[in-house]
Design a binder for this molecule. Structure first.
Ligand SMILES: NC(=O)c1ccc[n+]([C@@H]2O[C@H](COP(=O)([O-])OP(=O)(O)OC[C@H]3O[C@@H](n4cnc5c(N)ncnc54)[C@H](OP(=O)(O)O)[C@@H]3O)[C@@H](O)[C@H]2O)c1
Length: 241
């Protein structure tokens, strides 16, 4: 007898038009889910996904995007809060505005998105929330006080949700990538890239697909008993942290 056809879930990936988010969206599409992605322009998601416009710093744009996704695909059952930015500067030079804008996108932006999908997950007594953090949130990194603060804050969100809603079939986890080959890391100088590479036990950066497969597992039925966890995908860089 062949395996039963898996249920098609309504999946939303923020920042799914490029980089890690795009690979995550492609992985869910491969697994047969109904996938929507946000981008700020409203364009550029992978083929087969619904692309909607949203800026995670703007609650009204998220309201409109989520309404559009739910009208097309039904209530969101899997949320991957992936949209994120860096604005690296040493602490002495980092202004309030830089700190606040990175927090507003990476941390408050994830909160805003979670807040808008959680009610329907509670009603269904089923849901998967995956927050894309970073090894930097645990390990620290010079020039990234703003980014590290935003990424460690996501762990608090996942763990508080787990305690609030763990009994309702909802899991909330953090995936913490190390250095992944995307535009975000391609911007780093060659020198910096090779010094990072030498610190990574695996000796290389990862492809975005390597993160995507872990996210898809954490969002699967097989991971129903994993919640409040921080799952590293970092080639060993952050081990012990
Ligand atoms: N690359 C790495 O090595 C690495 C390592 C650890 C963690 N991460 C995390 O993984 C996530 C994805 O990173 P990436 O490397 O794929 O980055 P990326 O290639 O720079 O893509 C960033 C994504 O976030 C979206 N985004 C940024 N600001 C937004 C906002 N205000 N509202 C809505 N969307 C916004 C972008 O949308 P637009 O195209 O519309 O700008 C884009 O889709 C981030 O949270 C990042 O911190 C990355």
């Amino acid at each position: 007898m062949s395996d039963p056809i898996p249920e098609q879930r309504s999946v939303l990936v923020t920042g799914g038009n490029r980089g890690i988010g795009r690979s995550i969206a492609e992985e869910f599409l491969r697994r047969g889910d109904r996938v929507a992605v946000t981008s700020r322009s409203g364009e550029g998601g992978p083929e087969g996904a619904l692309t909607v416009a949203a800026d995670v710093t703007d609650g009204a744009s998220l309201d409109a995007a989520i309404a559009e996704v739910e009208a097309a695909h039904g209530p969101i059952e899997v949320l991957v809060a992936n949209a994120g930015i860096t604005d690296d500067q040493l602490l002495l030079r980092m202004g309030d505005e830089s700190f606040e804008s990175v927090l507003d996108t990476n941390l408050t932006g994830s909160f805003r998105t979670v807040k808008r999908v959680i009610k329907s997950m509670m009603r269904k007594k089923k849901g998967r929330i995956v927050l894309i953090s970073s090894v930097v949130g645990l390990y620290g990194s010079p020039g990234q006080v703003n980014y590290a603060a935003s990424k460690s804050g996501l762990i608090g969100i996942a763990r508080a949700i787990t305690r609030e809603l763990g009994s309702r079939g909802i899991t909330a986890n953090v995936v913490a990538p190390g250095y992944i080959d995307t535009e975000m890391t391609q911007e780093l100088s060659e020198d910096l890239q090779s010094s990072y590479r030498s610190a990574i036990p695996a000796g290389r950066f990862a492809a975005p697909e390597e993160v995507a497969k872990v996210v898809a597992f954490v969002a699967s039925d097989d991971a129903a008993y994993i919640s409040g966890a921080v799952i590293p995908v970092d080639g060993g860089l952050g081990m012990g942290h």
